[in-house]
Write a protein that binds this ligand. Structure first.
Ligand SMILES: Nc1ncnc2c1ncn2[C@@H]1O[C@H](COP(=O)(O)OP(=O)(O)OP(=O)(O)O)[C@@H](O)[C@H]1O
Length: 259
């Protein structure tokens, strides 16, 4: 047991590279291998402890994260190693397993601790953790994640789980967070980065989270992942136009809608 939780004295990132092995692709014509992102030369390198992926809806960010999560040994519907018993029968999009069978990875070293957070399955995972703690005679007080508001529960969960050594995968963590809670989440990211033994791979639509300064920011577009500056993302540009002139922005959008 002690061995399993021993901290490895090497800094993140631990997952250095993932790539597709075309020979393992079952069927190019069906999801997930029909996604433009998953072409034969697909490769993603991790140079920093924090990697942030942005892109339009439907470009394949969640699919990619599910595949990486499955490679890391996490349930592709969310959770961490050791939390496979969570009932995900009603969770959406359990597809990472099929993608991961065609992905290859290089690790330095292989890390098996961490967490895959996806908003859709947070509640089933949180419920499992609450119930598991109640069943554990040596577990002390149960975490009680579910008795908080969505945002409070998420933040508390992040703060308790995400500072140990590991690889942490977040799919749109902002979905339950108000802007001020997003700042709290940024602080958590910073702590994880400073600790030096947390690797984070995150997909987000929130400009505030994209702005974390010491991260690799990648944009997924036309089937390619490419480095991008925050101010060149569509998310930032649109939000900026909105903040500069909210009434004019909305009026123009509504005019387009009725044109
Ligand atoms: N289980 C599935 N079966 C078939 N197609 C799917 C499945 N899950 C997702 N897709 C499709 O694959 C594409 C990529 O979906 P994915 O959820 O990975 O995109 P995304 O970039 O994460 O989008 P968003 O920003 O909206 O979360 C979409 O067109 C989606 O409809």
């Amino acid at each position: 047991m002690a061995r399993r939780n021993r901290t490895i004295n090497m800094p993140a990132p631990y997952l250095r590279r993932v790539w597709l092995d075309p020979a393992r692709v079952a069927n190019r014509n069906v999801y997930p291998f029909a996604l433009p992102l998953l072409h034969d030369d697909f490769e993603l390198r991790f140079d920093k402890a924090i990697t942030i992926i942005v892109g339009e809806n439907g470009t394949g960010k969640s699919t990619l994260l599910e595949g990486i999560a499955a490679l890391a040994g996490y349930d592709d519907a969310g959770g961490g190693k050791g939390y496979m018993p969570v009932d995900h029968s009603r969770a959406l999009e359990k597809t990472g397993g099929s993608l991961s069978s065609a992905l290859r990875a290089s690790w330095l070293p292989k890390i098996t601790n961490g967490w895959f957070f996806r908003a859709e399955s947070f509640f089933s995972v949180a419920r499992y953790l609450d119930e598991a703690a109640l069943d554990d005679p040596f577990g002390g007080l149960p975490p009680d994640f579910l008795s908080h508001s969505h945002g409070e529960g998420f933040l508390r969960f992040f703060n308790e789980r995400c500072q140990r050594q590991g690889i942490f995968i977040f799919d749109e963590p902002e979905s339950a967070l108000s802007p001020s809670r997003q700042i709290e989440f940024l602080k958590l990211l910073h702590r994880m980065n400073e600790i030096g033994h947390c690797q984070v791979i995150m997909a987000t639509h929130a400009p505030m989270l994209m702005a974390y300064p010491d991260a690799t920011l990648l944009r997924l577009t036309r089937g390619e992942l490419e480095p991008v500056g925050l101010k060149n993302t569509d998310h930032y540009r649109l939000m900026r136009q909105f903040c500069d002139d909210p009434e004019g922005f909305v009026a123009e959008a509504l005019t387009e809608a009725t044109a």
